[in-house]
Design a protein around this ligand. Sequence first.
Ligand code: UDP
Length: 193
Amino acid sequence: MQKETYFGVDVSALSYDEILADLKNRMQQDLKSTIIAVNPEKVIKAEQSNELRELINSATYQIPDGIGVLLASKLKGGRITSRVTGVDMMERLLGFAAKEGYRVFLYGAKEEVVSKARENIIAKYPGITIAGYENGYVQDPDQVINKINEAKADILFVAMGSPKQELWIREHMNKMGVKVFQGVGGSFDVFAG
Ligand code: UDP
């Protein structure tokens, strides 16, 4: 896969469409994929933390969310020419899920935020299946994991801030039938409006 490395942090040099095509392929092969957004703040933090760097580099796709990553790529003569933001990636994935019939689960944010985000997503993406949702303040991971598995979710968005959401995904991903995991920070708040 096309990657560039900045201060030890990998960044995928792929557009939204290239990521979706690759994801579709991986889903058909029953492979799990994780998406993490990379910005300069995370690159700086990762320089001081091996754990964070490994967490970022272990994802399938490290999307170039920040403008700083584009500038770095430009200076190095790299291939990253446009941003791939966390919230836009989520929008693309929602469109993809609606089109292909994949089941989506939303986990994170406050109860009223995630339920409103769900409502607005259904209105925006006709035909989408939001198979379930849970707020990000439930303490027992098994309770959430059971709910996600009972919902037979294919795509899971986790909105609990970074790196909390990515740590949660890494710790629990193999207990779930989910194929695509994205940590989306404050995106449910954006969708809730
Ligand atoms: N959040 C959560 N559980 C927690 C902590 C935070 O669900 O234990 C939610 C919070 O309600 C908000 C989001 O995570 O919706 C945090 O978004 P933020 O903008 O801080 O994340 P970032 O995009 O900066 O990573």
